[in-house]
Design a binder for this molecule. Structure first.
Ligand SMILES: [Zn+2]
Length: 357
């Protein structure tokens, strides 16, 4: 017994001191900078290890590559066209899929590491494996990645400016407190708006969802749980969108063809996923900033100042225990409608705005 205990302590000390030395001497520091992807500066965290630049695996979603994780094999999987390979976390090799359950191993210049919950991979090695060109300009200290991946359709923030059309949009609902108030006003003013709804709220408030559709408003997909898409693996992004489509189809028998990314944040890979699912990415041209608890006067002023023909106005209708949070937003609605009509604007849904543009 005694011998075992000593041996265990001894091993423990060895491991601890070895790990301590390694961390103390070599632990790379996280930094922030920009890498140019097809000449577009893209902000990223990075770190240097053994002279190699490592970026978060999810950085590659800005290049249009599918990035996923395998919990079973504790690895990150990259896919682009016919190329597919897995990089185990903490290792310095990649396993390439070469067809019918066969894999071929290749070495990386340095090992992948996990830091702050993110997996960092060597930029040059992974880029090359994905048929990208990675170059470094030592004079300007800039790194360039050139991909052969085509650009997905661009997100839309506005309709055509030819006609004085405008679309009111409400995000994050439905709920059972703010949504009925908004619907009452829209009905009274005979305005059709567009609701970008969250799958989990569709399931939670099905009657309100039905009322939105019954009263002639348009709907769009706003994910199941409202994540920041750039921080999500490709399969999770797909799941967030698909489960909301399913919730809508079940509840109101409709599958929207428009999508609004939470926080307006979307990578090239996310945009491709959307496009392949038959959805268009819609952002906005006027942010009412109503979710911050602004007064009706502040919101009306912002909208009047920033509106232009083809405008898409962003407002909200999320469930909240704080009954005041969107009180200003609801109160501003009749004035926004009256003011813009006075200026000659006509209210339409996002779909109509785009079709007529
Ligand atoms: Zn939102």
């Amino acid at each position: 017994m005694k011998k075992v205990a000593v041996a265990v302590i001894f091993l423990f000390l060895i491991n601890l001191s070895a790990a301590g030395t390694a961390i103390g001497a070599k632990e790379p520091e996280l930094a922030k900078g920009s890498v140019f992807i097809d000449n577009q500066p893209t902000k990223t965290e990075y770190l240097l290890q053994d002279g190699h630049l490592l970026v978060p695996a999810l950085f590659f979603k800005h290049t249009g590559v599918l990035v996923d994780e395998s919990n079973k094999y504790h690895s990150i999987i990259f896919r682009s066209g016919n190329v597919k390979f897995a990089i185990p976390i903490g290792k310095s090799y990649a396993d390439h899929y070469v067809g019918t359950k066969a894999w071929k191993r290749s070495n990386l210049s340095t090992k992948t590491i996990e830091k702050n919950g993110k997996v960092f991979v060597p930029l040059v090695d992974v880029g090359k494996k994905l048929d990208m060109e990675v170059t470094y300009n030592s004079k300007t200290s800039q790194t360039f990645v050139t991909t052969n991946i085509p650009k997905p359709p661009k997100g839309i923030s506005k309709g055509s400016s030819d006609k004085k059309l405008v679309a009111l949009t409400f995000d994050d609902g439905p709920d059972d407190y703010f949504t009925p108030k908004i619907l009452d006003i829209l009905k009274k003013k005979d305005v059709k708006a567009t609701f970008f709804v969250m799958g989990k709220h569709v399931t939670e408030f099905p009657d309100m969802m039905k009322r939105i559709v019954k009263e002639g408003h348009a709907i769009g997909n706003h994910t199941q749980n409202h994540p920041l898409l750039p921080n999500k693996m490709s399969a999770d992004v797909y799941q967030e969108i698909a489960s909301t489509q399913t919730a809508l189809e079940k509840t109101v028998g409709l599958k929207p063809d428009i999508f609004r990314p939470p926080y307006g944040a979307i990578t090239k890979t996310d945009a491709w996923i959307l496009h392949k699912m038959g959805l268009r990415a819609i952002t906005w041209s006027v942010d009412s900033e109503d979710w911050e608890g602004k007064t009706a006067e502040e919101i009306v002023t912002t909208v009047n100042r920033e509106i232009s023909p083809g405008g898409i106005i962003l407002q909200h209708n999320f469930p909240s225990k704080d009954r005041q949070i969107l009180a200003g937003s609801v109160k501003s609605l009749p004035d926004i409608i009256d003011d813009l009509r006075e200026k000659g604007y006509q209210f339409v849904t996002v779909q109509t705005l785009l079709d007529q543009g």
